[in-house]
Ligand binder design. Structure first.
Ligand code: ASP
Length: 630
C-alpha cells in the first residue's frame, strides 16, 4: 500500500518482519480492553486487525485518549511494531504475533452508541438494513462484497479477452417481456405516458448485434416487480451476453473458461471443464427438475408401464407412477413429515414401502401390489421406496423436491463440490391453462430448434427451443438461447403466442423492422451475478451478497424508499393518488398506489360508499407472458 499521512500500512499487514519499524495505522476500534493501566484496542480496516497497546507510562496522552475510545470510533495510531510476549501471541489472528506500541493516538471520528455490535449474531435483519453501513463492516459482508467485486473484475477481463464489447443500454425503456411485472416511471414531458424499467436488455442486446457490434456484453441491472421471496430481488444484476453468428460450442467455452477462472482465483478451486450437458427431458426424467443438484444420486425411477393395470387403484389411475429409493429405513415419524412436505408441493399423499434390516417389507399398500410390482420396487434391506402417482408434471415436482430435501437431510451432499451442468433442448412453449393460451418458456425471441422450425405450431406442446440453462449445485445460474433473426419466423411465433398483427407492431414493431434490415443470426445468455456470488461465497441469504438490498417487502429500511412525492411533483406529472395511497403514508404491506389522471372522477373518501363509475385506467392489454429465466 502506498503510504499517506493517514497510514503507512494496512491493519492486516503487520507481521514479525516489521518488528522495530515505525508504523501508522488508521481504522475502526473493533474492541477495547481497558486494564486500568494498559489499554488494548483492536484496530480494524478492510485488510484485517492489529492490536494496539497503549501504555500510560510510555504515552500518557495517548492513554488518556484511549480511555475514551468506544467501539467503531475511527482512530489514527502511530507507534512501533513490537513482538508480543509468547503467552500473549494469538495464533488465530494473522497479525497475532505482533502489536503496535502506540506513541500517538488520534481520535479521528467518534461513534454514537451502536444499535448492534458487529460481532453480535442473529441481529434482526430490518435493523441491520436500517444501519447497513455498520452491517457492511462485518467480516462476512466485507468478504461477500469483496468477492463480488473480484468476480465482476474477472468477468470483465474474460469477456473483453474474448472480444466482447461493453455496451450500456437504457434504464428508461419500454416493457420487455421476461414474464414479471414492470416497474413504470411516469414521463413529465409526455404526460400520461410511462417508461418501463427493462426486465432485461433482451431486445436491446439483440439490436446491438443487428447494429454490427458482433459481440456484446454488459453487467446489467434488470428490474422485475415481483413478490419477493427468499431467493428473489427486484433488481437483478446479470452478466448479459450476445453474439453474432453464434456457435454454441464457442459460447459455452467462453462461459466455462470464465467460471473456471473465477473459481480458481476467488476460491483456489479447480473446476472441471467442459461442463457436462443434459437435455431438459433427461433432467426432468432423472431428477424431476430442470436444475438438478448432481452432487448426489438418488435419481427418480419410472414405473408407469408396470403399474398401468395395478390392483392398487391410485397407481392404476395415475398418468405417471414414479419413485425414489431412499437408502434408509425411514420411521413412521419421518414418513409423516415427508408426506406433509409432499402435500405442500401438491401431492395428495405419499405411498411408501419400507424395508427393514431383514429385508421385510412394511407398508399399507404392499398387499395390493403384484409379485411383478413388488419385485420391481424391492429395495435393499434398511431402505425406503417413496412413490408419487399423479400427472407426469406433478410427479416431477413432488419427487424432485423430495429428492433435494432428502439429499440435504440424509447428508448425501458434499459441501465442497461444485457440479456445473448445461441443460438444453428446453420446451419452447407451455400452456397457460387459466388464460387459455401458449406462453414462451424462455422468451418470445427464442428460436425453435432446426427440427421444429417449420412445424412448431403443429405441436406446440412438444416443440423444442434452442435454449440452454447453466446450473450449479441445483441452482440455476442463468440461461440463454439462439434467437429468431427472420422477421417472418418471429411473426409466426408471436402469432402462436396470441399476438395479433397490430399488437406485434405496437409492442415489437421496432424489433421486427430491425430484423427486416439485415439481421445476422445471433444468440446469447444471461447469468445472474447475485446467484453466482451466493454459490461462490456459500451464502444462503441473497441480500447478504448485495451492498444495499431492499427487504422482502421491497423497502429500503435505511433510506425509507419507496417514499412519498410532493403534491408539486404529482401535479407536474399529471398524476393523482387515489384510495389508501392518498391518505396514509405508504407502508410496505399496503397495496401499491393506483395512478389515475386528474380528469378522472374522484374516488370515494374512506367510509363513503363507492360510486358506480369505474375509477382509473383500464387494465393494460396483456402481452405474451414468458417464464422468468434467470
Ligand atoms: N434475456 C434473458 C433473461 O434475462 C436471457 C437471454 O435470453 O439471454 O433471462
Amino acid at each position: 500500500m502506498s503510504s499517506t499521512p493517514w497510514r503507512t500500512h494496512m491493519c492486516g499487514d503487520a507481521r514479525p518482519e516489521h518488528v522495530g519499524e515505525t508504523m501508522v495505522l488508521a481504522g475502526w476500534a473493533a474492541r477495547r480492553r481497558d486494564h486500568g493501566g494498559l489499554v488494548f484496542v483492536d484496530l480494524r480496516d478492510r485488510s484485517g486487525v492489529t492490536q494496539l497497546v497503549i501504555n500510560p507510562e510510555l504515552a500518557p496522552e495517548a492513554a488518556a485518549r484511549a480511555h475514551q475510545v468506544r467501539n467503531e470510533f475511527v482512530l489514527r495510531a502511530e507507534g512501533t511494531l513490537v513482538a508480543r510476549s509468547p503467552e500473549t501471541v494469538n495464533p488465530n489472528m494473522p497479525t497475532g504475533d505482533v502489536e503496535l506500541q502506540v506513541g500517538t493516538l488520534d481520535v479521528v471520528s467518534r461513534s454514537t452508541p451502536l444499535p448492534f455490535q458487529l460481532d453480535e449474531e442473529n441481529v434482526d435483519e430490518t435493523l441491520r438494513l436500517r444501519y447497513r453501513w455498520l452491517d457492511l463492516r462485518r467480516n462476512k459482508l466485507q468478504r461477500n462484497i469483496g468477492l463480488r467485486a473480484q468476480m465482476v473484475g474477472i468477468i470483465r477481463r474474460e469477456m473483453e479477452a474474448a472480444g466482447f464489447l461493453d455496451i450500456q443500454t437504457p434504464i428508461l425503456f419500454k416493457p420487455t417481456p421476461e414474464g414479471a411485472r414492470d416497474f413504470v416511471v411516469p414521463s413529465r414531458l409526455q404526460p400520461g405516458r410511462f417508461y418501463a424499467l427493462p426486465q432485461s436488455p433482451q431486445i436491446l442486446k439483440q439490436l446491438t448485434i443487428v447494429a454490427g457490434f458482433d459481440r456484446y456484453y454488459q453487467i446489467a441491472i434488470c428490474f422485475r416487480d415481483e413478490d419477493l421471496r427468499a431467493d428473489r430481488v427486484q433488481e437483478i444484476t446479470q452478466l448479459d451476453v450476445e453474439m453474432a453468428f453464434p456457435d454454441q460450442e464457442l459460447l459455452f467455452d467462453v462461459m466455462e473458461r470464465m467460471y473456471a477462472r473465477i473459481w480458481r482465483e476467488c476460491l483456489g478451486v479447480e473446476i472441471e471443464t467442459p461442463f457436462p450437458r443434459m437435455t431438459f427431458a433427461e433432467s426432468d426424467r432423472r431428477f424431476g427438475t430442470d436444475k438438478p443438484d448432481t452432487r448426489f444420486g438418488l435419481e427418480l425411477e419410472d414405473a408407469t408401464d408396470l403399474t398401468r393395470g395395478s390392483q392398487f387403484g391410485v397407481f392404476a389411475g395415475a398418468e405417471a407412477v414414479r419413485f425414489l429409493r431412499v437408502p434408509q429405513e425411514l420411521s413412521r415419524g419421518d414418513l409423516a413429515r415427508l408426506e406433509e412436505l409432499a402435500q405442500q408441493w401438491g401431492a395428495k399423499g405419499l405411498a411408501y414401502l419400507v424395508y427393514d434390516e431383514e429385508g421385510e417389507v412394511r407398508s399399507p399398500i404392499a398387499k395390493f401390489l403384484s409379485e411383478a410390482e413388488l419385485a420391481r420396487f424391492r429395495g435393499e434391506p434398511a431402505s425406503t421406496v417413496l412413490f408419487a402417482a399423479d400427472t407426469w408434471e406433478a410427479t416431477s415436482r413432488v419427487l424432485g423436491a423430495l429428492r433435494s430435501h432428502l439429499g440435504r437431510e440424509l447428508g448425501l451432499i458434499d459441501d465442497n463440490a461444485f457440479t456445473f451442468l448445461w441443460i438444453y433442448d428446453f420446451p419452447m412453449f407451455e400452456r397457460d391453462e387459466e388464460a387459455g393460451r401458449w406462453t414462451a418458456v424462455h422468451h418470445p425471441f427464442t428460436r425453435p430448434t432446426d427440427e421444429w422450425r417449420e412445424r412448431f405450431h403443429e405441436e406446440p406442446a412438444h416443440a423444442l427451443a434452442h435454449a440452454y440453462d447453466l446450473v450449479v449445485n441445483g441452482n440455476e445460474l442463468g440461461g440463454g438461447s439462439f434467437r429468431i433473426h427472420e422477421p417472418e419466423l418471429q411473426a409466426r411465433v408471436f402469432e402462436l403466442l396470441g399476438l395479433g398483427e397490430e399488437e406485434q407492431r405496437a409492442k415489437f414493431g421496432f424489433l421486427l423492422d430491425a430484423l427486416a434490415m439485415g439481421a445476422p443470426p445471433h444468440g446469447g445468455i444471461a447469468l445472474g451475478i447475485d446467484r453466482m456470488v451466493m454459490v461462490l461465497a456459500g451464502e444462503p441469504n441473497l441480500r447478504d451478497v448485495i451492498a444495499f438490498p431492499k427487504n422482502q417487502a421491497g423497502v429500503d429500511p435505511m433510506s425509507g424508499a419507496p417514499s412519498e412525492v410532493t403534491q408539486e411533483q404529482l401535479d407536474e406529472l399529471g398524476l393523482r393518488l387515489v384510495g389508501a395511497a392518498r391518505s396514509a403514508p405508504p407502508s410496505p404491506r399496503e397495496p401499491a398506489a393506483r395512478i389515475t389522471r386528474p380528469d378522472e372522477p374522484t374516488p370515494p373518501e374512506p367510509g363513503e360508499p363507492p360510486k358506480a363509475q369505474p375509477v382509473g385506467e383500464p387494465e393494460a392489454p396483456v402481452g405474451p407472458t414468458t417464464q422468468e429465466s434467470s
